[in-house]
Design a binder for this molecule. Structure first.
Ligand code: HPA
Length: 249
């Protein structure tokens, strides 16, 4: 049973270094996940993979069934979950191409089912979310980056916006004042749901553009896509080294 799961983001709908052994359609009490769980081997380590936006990248951030994805992975034995997220850079060190392992979150999203403990007051659980990401998995990713000889930023506050539109310059200025270093649309409620399910969850963020107002001119999809192709190769290289980094855990 695979204990490590990867949730792929935009630009990472499959893992080409994954030796696929099985695909499994999963139904959950919360509806359908973004796609079947793909089982495979990353080197000698078994992993599960779900593309967050669906295999054809058809599900927008606000329509993703985050609960079904997390539930499906937990039900199938996941203990550690590595999320991959494309983001815009707010901090000077987090421009296009930068890889960031965030350590904090501010949630600006709304209207998304964001808890497993919704219906019965008897079972409401208030999780401790002081540290939204699992520190041991963050450290493992930092070690994997060292092995892969990849430069990355080892901290950052992820601002989760609702999307699907990008932000206004004023929204980004506000987020910067709040302390956000990067902005994306998919970090929440995923991280909180993972914590509710006691999963060890961390994220690899790839900056694919400067956040709104951080540079002159429009943010174009062409520039984002170009950055994505190159950056996701680095993410794949990083993921490949996770099993080796894990032996030191
Ligand atoms: N804002 C929000 N989400 C994003 C961005 C951005 O600038 N870039 C990639 N995902």
């Amino acid at each position: 049973m695979a204990e490590l799961a990867i949730i792929g983001g935009t630009g990472l709908t499959s893992l080409n270094n994954l030796e696929i052994t099985q695909r499994e359609l999963v139904h959950t009490p919360f509806g359908e996940p973004s796609g079947p769980i793909t089982y495979g081997k990353l080197g000698s380590t078994e992993v599960m993979f779900i593309p967050r936006h669906g295999s054809g990248h058809t599900i927008p951030p606000h329509k993703i069934n985050y609960r079904a994805n997390i539930w499906a992975l937990k039900e199938h034995g996941a203990k550690n979950v590595i999320a991959v997220n494309a983001v815009g850079g707010i901090d000077d060190d987090m421009g296009p191409g930068a890889l960031i392992i965030p350590d904090q979150i501010i949630d600006y999203s709304y209207g998304r089912p964001m808890t497993f403990f919704e219906d019965s007051l008897d079972t409401v659980v208030h999780i401790d979310f002081t540290h939204p990401y699992c520190e041991s998995l963050r450290q493992l990713l930092l070690r994997a980056a060292e092995i892969a000889d990849l430069k990355l930023v080892d901290h950052g506050t992820y601002g989760a916006t609702q999307g699907p539109r990008l932000e206004t310059a004023a929204e980004i200025r506000r987020m910067e004042r709040d302390g956000c270093d990067l902005v994306g649309m998919t970090g929440m409620p995923e991280a909180a749901l993972a914590k509710e399910q006691a999963l060890c969850y961390a994220s690899i963020c790839l900056s694919v553009n400067w956040a709104a107002g951080k540079e002159e001119g429009e943010i174009t999809m062409q520039a984002i896509e170009a950055c994505m192709v190159e950056g996701m190769e680095k993410v794949r290289g990083l993921l490949e080294k996770v099993p080796e980094a894990d032996t030191a855990r």
